[in-house]
Design a protein. Structure first.
Length: 220
């Protein structure tokens, strides 16, 4: 069974059952020397049932959702924090990033705050510098998240060259009005609404910690 489509067998089962039923009815008719009225009625019922099963299978092929195709992201596993951060910030970033990597489909993430890359974790690309393009600038300006459900179809994907090159989906979640949490998935259309709410909650928590910690450091 295809790992990217765990329901493949279930979706094809009505087609198989209907097809086998139709073949068995045909064989039974061909091997019957004398056709009785009762058998004729039974054959009609059997043909109808087989047709319904085949039709059901065809409909299931179209309407049942399939799991998106996942890929192995290209890059090296890593966990890089900016070395001069306060310990409280390092702890918060480590905690938040771990939750996202273990509880959502995120496979790589980057935290940018006040123009600096504070964290890179998960599958990392060779490039570490983040130059905000039009998408990140829009997130910062509007303070609203942007979810690119299938990255390869967006012309703006070229600005995400600091993520694995075969990244399938990206969420850019604002961290207050000074930063962005960038998350990369290994399958398109894989983030659920619950995932988005979870990500927004963690970004809000990071915003409070980063703002208070960095502000306190600046006053010292």
């Amino acid at each position: 069974m295809d790992k990217s489509d765990p329901n493949k067998i279930l979706r094809r089962l009505p087609l198989a059952v209907g097809g086998i039923g139709a073949v068995l009815l045909l064989i039974n008719r061909l091997l019957t020397p004398e056709l009785t009225d009762s058998q004729a009625r039974a054959d009609v019922v059997g043909v109808i049932l087989s047709a319904v099963m085949i039709l059901t299978g065809l409909i299931w092929q179209q309407v049942q959702p399939r799991s998106p195709d996942a890929v192995e992201l290209i890059g090296e596993e890593g966990f890089i924090l900016a070395p001069d951060l306060p310990e409280a910030v390092k702890t918060e970033l480590a905690w938040g990033s771990r939750l996202l990597l273990t509880n959502t489909v995120t496979r790589s993430l980057v935290v940018v705050y006040q123009g600096r890359v504070l964290l890179r974790r998960g599958i990392l690309a060779a490039k570490s510098e983040v130059i905000p393009g039009s998408i990140l600038k829009r997130v910062l300006e509007t303070q609203k998240p942007i979810y690119l459900v299938d990255l390869k179809v967006y012309p703006g994907r070229i600005e995400f060259d600091y993520l694995p090159e075969n990244t399938q989906g990206v969420i850019c979640q604002p961290i207050g009005n000074q930063g962005v949490l960038i998350l990369a998935a290994n399958a398109p259309r894989s983030y659920t609404k619950q995932d988005e709410n979870w990500i927004a909650g963690i970004a809000d928590k990071l915003s409070v910690t980063l703002h208070s910690s960095l502000l306190a450091e600046a006053e010292i």
